[in-house]
Structure formats: C-alpha cells, structure tokens
Design a protein around this ligand. Structure first.
Ligand SMILES: Nc1ncnc2c1ncn2[C@@H]1O[C@H](COP(=O)(O)OP(=O)(O)O)[C@@H](O)[C@H]1O
Ligand SMILES: N[C@@H](CCOP(=O)(O)O)C(=O)O
Length: 299
C-alpha cells in the first residue's frame, strides 16, 4: 500500500448522541460540517485551523485529526509522511455535537483519500478504528454512515452499528448555548452513577423502542419517545442552563433532549419564532441543519 494522491479533502457531519432514551447507542448526523484538506509533505506536520478550535487545538502531530489520519495509514500498512493540513471547523468543541468523533472520522477518511487502494479503509473499518480511537460509537456511526443509527458493542467487544429508519423531513433544531458553557464529555461522564434503578432501566428500554417508531414516521410518539431516566437528570448540576431550557421546552410540548453529553439541546421539531428569538436574546444560537443522509464524504 502506498500514498498515491497528492491531496485529499473530506466533509464530515456534526452528530448528536443519545436522543433521550438511547444512551450511548442512538445517534443522528446533521447537515452541518467540518471540512479538512491534507497534503503529504516532506518535513514536519503543520495544521491551520479556521473557525472553531483556532488558537486552541494543536497544530502539529498531536492534533486529533492528524493522529486519526496516521492511525488509518498504520492500520492498512501504508507509509507515514509529514502533512500539511487545513481545517475549516464549524462543529463546537465540547458542545455535545460529536466534534471529537467527527475529527477522528475526518482523519481516517483523509487516510483513505490518500491511499493507492482506498477500499482497504472501508466504512466499516473507519467506524471501528474511529470508535477505538474516540470511544463513542454512538457519535461515530452517524458521522460515518449518516442518517440515524443505533450502535452497540457485541459480546467480543467489537463495536457494531445499524441504520434506523428516519423520516428525512423530520425537522431538527440544535440550540447551542454561549461558548462559556462548553463541557467536555469526560467531565459530563464523571457525574453518572455506575448503577441505576431497575425501574429506570425498564423505562428507558420502552422509550427507546418508542423513539424508533417516532423517527420512522410517528411524530405523535416523539414526546414519549424522548423521555429518559438514565443520564440527563444526573447531569443537571453540570448542565443547569441546558436542563432548564430542555424542561421548559418539554413543558411547552417540544420533544427536547440534551444532545450528547451537552450542553447543546436537541429539539426534534421547529421552534416558534417567539421561542427562537427568546433563546437568541439570551445568547443561544439556534441551528436548523436538517438530517445528513450520507455521512462523511471525500470531496
Ligand atoms: N476538529 C478538531 N480538531 C482537533 N481536535 C478536536 C477537533 N474536534 C474536537 N477535538 C478535540 O476534542 C475535544 C472535544 O471533545 P469532547 O469533549 O468529546 O466534546 P464533543 O465531542 O462533544 O464536542 C476538543 O476539546 C479537542 O481537544
Ligand atoms: N453517549 C455519550 C455521547 C457523548 O457525545 P458528545 O457529543 O457530548 O461527545 C454521552 O452521553 O456521554
């Protein structure tokens, strides 16, 4: 295997995870993208970052996208090089929109784009390598395959995923709070208990099944299908503003959940103009990205 192309470029979607009851398994991709271009060079690696992460993410070989690119090359026995990388980032970091999963997928897709035999790094391998790298198959699956997905780990410890049927016209709103509220996934996982009451586990099992029906074309089931007792309320203290917004929207009849580990709030509906303006007045950004059906693409 060799590096056959002098450049590769990828567009990778933002994702949500959990969607209420599907903790660590359900995910969905959005038409909201990071874009990365890479060229192998003789000499050291350099990374330029425009947009999110400019001035904060590393600009050398320790950059997450570069590390994933190198892991992809290594997995298929391709040689390493120095890299000149250009990132145009839109997905917030520590926002609950899967930025780290998308970064890992971006790097692996770029590796594919440089290879003489790109089919060696197919979507299934990208999914499993990115999961090993990043740890969250619930974000990785939609970032790779698009649409809505369910991800799990089998008895051998291998990550698996499958598409969930979803009505592509389902409106989605992402409510991104001001930057000061960013929360790393690592921090948000520390507050979760190791054990949960059986009644809560049963509650989520039924709601997850209901959500699958709702997504497939039963919008009347969206409120019941977005109920959760396994993670959101445990995170209340680290996500006070987001939980308050989520609770208020649910009281108004909106199917609102915490996106991933937060603090972004996902609503499986359009907001009224009044609600949107109120949030924006308080510094929130309201996105209406639509569902991405294809996942990460070389461009
Ligand atoms: N495009 C990117 N380039 C480099 N590093 C990234 C990129 N996206 C995410 N990261 C790394 O991942 C971290 C955020 O990951 P995480 O805490 O899992 O939050 P989330 O995935 O919800 O945005 C960032 O602080 C940064 O270190
Ligand atoms: N299931 C994970 C999802 C983390 O998603 P992120 O976008 O916040 O990284 C969790 O809830 O911890």
């Amino acid at each position: 295997m060799r590096l056959a192309n002098e450049r590769a470029a990828v567009r990778v979607p933002a994702t949500t995870a959990n969607m209420g009851p599907g903790f660590d398994s359900f995910g969905m991709a959005f038409r909201y993208y990071d874009e990365v271009e890479v060229r192998p060079v003789v000499g050291p690696t350099s990374v330029s970052v425009e947009g999110v992460g400019a001035g904060t993410v590393p600009t050398d070989d320790s950059n997450l996208v570069v590390r994933a690119l190198r892991a992809g090359l290594e997995a298929v026995g391709a040689p390493q090089a120095g890299f000149e990388m250009r990132c145009v980032n839109r997905i917030p970091h520590g926002g609950g929109m899967g930025s780290s999963a998308s970064a890992a997928v971006a790097g692996l897709m770029l590796a594919r784009g440089l290879l003489s035999e790109p089919e060696a790094l197919d979507d299934d391998l990208v999914f499993s390598l990115a999961t090993g790298f990043e740890g969250h198959p619930d974000n990785v699956a939609p970032a790779v395959f698009g649409g809505a997905t369910v991800a799990w780990t089998d008895a051998e410890g291998t990550p698996r995923c499958a598409p969930m049927p979803v009505d592509a016209s389902l409106p989605v709103s992402l409510l991104v709070p001001p930057e000061t509220t960013r929360l790393s996934t690592e921090e948000a996982r520390k507050v979760l208990p190791d054990l949960v009451p059986r009644a809560d586990a049963l509650f989520n099992t039924s709601r997850a099944a209901v959500l699958m029906l709702a997504l497939a074309g039963r919008p009347d089931l969206l409120m019941a299908g977005t109920e959760d007792r396994l993670h959101q309320h445990y995170r209340r203290d680290v996500l006070p503003a987001s939980m308050a917004v989520m609770d208020s929207l649910r009281e108004q009849g909106y199917p609102a959940v915490i996106s991933g580990a937060g603090p972004t709030v996902l609503v499986l509906a359009d907001l009224s103009q009044h609600t949107r303006f109120t949030l924006e007045r308080h510094g929130w950004t309201v996105l209406r990205p639509g569902i991405d059906a294809v996942g990460a693409q070389l461009v």
